[in-house]
Ligand binder design. Structure first.
Ligand SMILES: NC(=O)C1=CN([C@@H]2O[C@H](COP(=O)(O)OP(=O)(O)OC[C@H]3O[C@@H](n4cnc5c(N)ncnc54)[C@H](O)[C@@H]3O)[C@@H](O)[C@H]2O)C=CC1
Ligand SMILES: CC(=O)C(=O)O
Length: 350
């Protein structure tokens, strides 16, 4: 007996032992032709890809989870390690290959492959290395899963989402960057910590670039339906603009701090992306701050740029962009953030 790369058991004549073992049951009850086979592929089995994969597995989201990486031994090791947890997880077929044909028919392809930051390096510094990688990754993904939603995580995520859109030829609603879904979670954690409430009760968005020029939408923050700024005023709790700026700075520095301490970030992005995958696969129509084609929204009209805005997501990808209230200053910062990304994009000449 030997194992295929996906780990299923083959007999000496290449007979699939699983098939013959269950023959009578399969004959008695053929699977319903209408049953949908849900499939997610994760490209890049590094720190981030594996955190996403393991969080997705715990959520019972898919029938099949596929891993793709360029390093065969590491890839097979990661696949086996996850398969060995089968007794504790919802049933999911886990496959892995360096060949993109394994991703065929995916509903959602999540791209995490690529270089990551070292110490104080900016995300934007990774651009040229990761653009070259995307030229190899996106075309086969689009070919094997022409109807999938592409969810980009590799950095700099906003520009790479634009590149993925161009390389895939997909409509813009099916190309999304994980964007500031993670920054907004860091923001909600810090606000919750300050007010001693549950982060899930904090509605707060960071928009714009996933990175140094991100914008905190203070004017629309609410906790349990109570607008935070007017709540603080009513309680006669003095707050300084500087204090708010400091919380935002903590959000921006969050990734740098974790990277300087443990070398990379993984758990929060794993939960953040699995949360997006859940909304998309279950067609939940929830609103997430993610990187979308922003041209035409909030006065952003200087070119085709992907930056994070609160967007409603579902099975078809982006269903709409919400009309959230912004002050003039917030709007100006958002436009400046879009300009930062556009200038970088223009240097690429794509
Ligand atoms: N958008 C976000 O919020 C976040 C983005 N990231 C980004 O995610 C990316 C991955 O980070 P880590 O997982 O920590 O890095 P890592 O170095 O642990 O993993 C990268 C993986 O990509 C693989 N890879 C390289 N070339 C490939 C190719 N042609 N095809 C398939 N796989 C290939 C490598 O073999 C490696 O396993 C980085 O760009 C990082 O900056 C990280 C955290 C948060
Ligand atoms: C690395 C990165 O982009 C983050 O953790 O926010």
């Amino acid at each position: 007996m030997h194992k295929s790369i996906s780990g299923s058991s083959l007999g000496p004549d290449g007979l699939d032992l699983t098939q013959s073992f269950f023959k009578s049951i399969l004959n008695a009850a053929p699977p319903s032709p209408t049953k949908r086979h849900n499939k997610i592929s994760v490209i890049g089995a590094g720190n981030v890809g594996m955190a996403i994969a393991q969080t997705i597995l715990t959520q019972d989201l898919v029938d099949e989870l596929v891993l793709v990486d360029a390093i065969p031994d590491k890839l097979r090791g990661e696949m086996l390690d996850l398969q060995h947890a089968a007794a504790f997880l919802p049933r999911t077929k886990i496959q892995a290959s360096t060949d993109y044909s394994v991703t065929m028919g995916s509903d959602l392809c999540i791209v995490t492959a690529g270089a990551r930051q070292i110490n104080d390096e900016s995300r934007l510094n990774l651009l040229h290395r990761n653009v070259n990688l995307f030229k190899k990754i996106i075309p086969p993904l689009a070919r094997y899963s022409p109807h999938c939603v592409l969810l980009i995580v590799s950095n700099p995520v906003d520009v790479l989402t634009y590149i993925a859109w161009k390389l895939s030829g997909f409509p813009s609603n099916r190309v999304i960057g994980s964007g500031t879904n993670l920054d907004s979670s860091r923001f909600r954690f810090l606000i919750a910590d300050h007010l001693d409430v549950n982060a899930q009760d904090v509605q707060a968005y960071i928009v714009g670039e996933h990175g140094d020029s991100s914008v905190a939408l203070w004017s629309s923050i609410s906790v349990g339906g109570v607008p935070v700024l007017s709540f603080l005023e009513k309680q006669q709790i003095a707050y300084e603009k500087e204090m708010l700026e400091n919380i935002h700075k903590e959000v921006i520095n969050g990734a740098y701090e974790v990277i300087s301490l443990k070398g990379y970030t993984s758990w929060a992005i794993g939960y953040s992306v699995a949360n997006l995958a859940r909304t998309i696969m279950r067609n939940q129509r929830k609103i997430h701050p993610v990187s979308v084609l922003a041209k035409g929204f909030y006065g952003i009209d200087g070119g085709e740029v992907f930056i994070s805005l609160p967007a409603q997501l579902g099975r078809g990808g982006v269903l709409g962009v919400t009309n959230i209230h912004m002050t003039e200053e917030e709007m100006k910062r958002l436009k400046d953030s879009a300009t930062t990304i556009l200038e970088l994009q223009n240097q690429l000449g794509i």
